[in-house]
Write a protein that binds this ligand. Structure first.
Ligand SMILES: CC(=O)SCCNC(=O)CCNC(=O)[C@H](O)C(C)(C)COP(=O)(O)OP(=O)(O)OC[C@H]1O[C@@H](n2cnc3c(N)ncnc32)[C@H](O)[C@@H]1OP(=O)(O)O
Ligand SMILES: O=C([O-])CC(=O)C(=O)O
Length: 379
């Protein structure tokens, strides 16, 4: 008898609702994104990234006192231990910065003595403290990764600077003008959180086994690296280099589509009419283009966007404006996705805490389509 009850397979879990979350709401119908109820555009305009991190972890925006205490903690944990620097130095200079960042987070976990001694790592206090440490140290890790590639010495953090100004100081050895710091801070807020995307889901799967928060973040970094997810911001810059100038965008696109290539920085699993974060990041990119006097960049940006809309009706995602923005700020292309890590560690760890608070092991089913049962000769 044929099986008439074969389960429906949802490839890529497309359209599958797996849990609830109170951290963010992605709404493709209204093209909106809320963090804990607040529109992300308002957070980007009114709040620092530190305030956004506090909101994601605690559910509410901080009072002045709470923010001061939070900033003190963040500033106190910015330094990178010699052991972590040594571990990074053991890697070849050719290692991709995403691999450097993933390794550094893994090393931080291995150095955490609590993990060696007991299983309190699933307790909320432990997870919150360690999330803060990773959040505070990631700028130093990313800065170290870029400066090392350039054969430059490490720059120590400054505790008189906010998160974004200090981040840029550690990468470039100086604090850039306000317009650059603001654009960078905006990008951090926009990248911070996006419900059950692939890397966040990875973090939740790892957490669901009652593993620790470092392991969850290490795995999430691996998931983010791929060009269908966070790796797209780096890939956008490679596309821009391939195209060269605005007048070549249409011909380049026609050929790329004929070769069935996916155009990096376009399309989204959830948003089908444009990514809610793009207008805010595009506005930030425009301020950078004016600041650095790079009209050529926006001409190429617009030409490819218009050609893609005309050919496929597919809109840009957040990685499309972020890639050129980070390029103008002076980051190496390979460091773009690590910047995404530094922002998204807030969202990932908020999800780790949410998962732990109402845990169920994540373990879906599959339909077997391999050979029928057979026997090893002689068995
Ligand atoms: C921050 C982020 O992570 S945002 C995502 C960043 N990733 C990228 O920019 C990579 C490029 N984009 C893509 O590959 C896809 O749009 C994804 C992976 C993001 C989403 O993909 P899915 O939801 O699985 O949509 P899917 O791949 O099925 O696309 C539907 C159709 O649109 C096409 N399409 C979607 N995105 C693109 C693209 N960027 N370039 C060309 N065609 C595309 C697909 O080829 C497919 O066409 P078909 O129906 O003729 O086969
Ligand atoms: O939501 C997604 O699938 C990808 C994305 O935009 C993000 O993680 O920011």
């Amino acid at each position: 008898m044929s099986d008439t009850t074969a389960p429906e397979i949802k490839k890529g879990l497309a359209g599958v609702v797996v849990d609830t979350t109170a951290i963010s709401k992605v709404n493709p119908e209204t093209n909106s994104l809320l963090y804990r109820g607040y529109p992300v555009q308002q957070l980007a305009a009114q709040c620092t990234f530190e305030e956004v991190a506090y909101l994601l972890w605690h559910g509410e925006l901080p009072s002045d006192d709470q923010l001061a205490e939070f900033e003190d903690h963040e500033r106190a944990h910015r330094h990178l231990d010699r052991v972590v620097k040594d571990a990074i130095d053991a890697l070849p200079l050719t290692a991709h910065p995403m691999d450097v960042v993933r390794t550094a987070i893994s090393v931080l976990g291995a150095l955490d003595e609590t993990l060696a001694h007991d299983r309190t790592w699933i307790e909320p206090d432990f997870t919150m403290q360690r999330s803060m440490r990773m959040f505070a140290k990631l700028p130093a890790i990313v800065a170290y990764a870029q400066r090392r590639r350039r054969h430059e010495h490490a720059v120590e953090p400054r505790d008189d600077l906010g998160y974004s100004a200090n981040f840029l100081h550690m990468v470039f050895g100086e604090v850039p003008e306000r317009v650059v710091v603001d654009a960078f801070d905006t990008s951090m807020t926009l990248y911070a959180e996006h419900s059950f995307n692939a890397s966040t889901f990875t973090a939740r799967v790892i957490t669901s086994t009652l593993s620790d928060v470092y392991s969850a973040v290490t795995g999430a970094i691996g998931a983010l690296k791929g060009p269908l997810h966070g790796g797209a911001n780096e890939a956008v810059m490679h596309v821009f280099s391939e195209i060269g100038s605005a007048d070549r965008a249409e011909a380049w696109l026609d050929q790329a589509l004929a070769e069935k290539r996916k155009i990096m920085g376009f399309g989204h699993r959830v948003y089908k009419n444009g990514d809610s974060r793009v207008p805010t990041m595009r506005a930030a990119l425009d301020t950078l283009i004016a600041h650095y006097d790079r009209r050529d960049m926006v001409e190429l940006y617009d030409a490819l966007e218009q050609a893609m809309d005309a050919r496929k009706g597919i809109k840009p995602n957040l990685d499309y404006p972020s890639g050129p923005a980070y390029h103008l700020m002076g980051f190496d292309t390979e460091v773009f996705t690590p910047l995404f890590v530094a922002a998204r560690v807030t969202g990932w760890t908020a999800h780790v805490m949410e998962q732990l608070s109402a845990n169920a092991l994540i373990r879906p089913l599959s339909v077997y389509n391999g050979p029928d049962e057979r026997h090893v000769p002689g068995a």
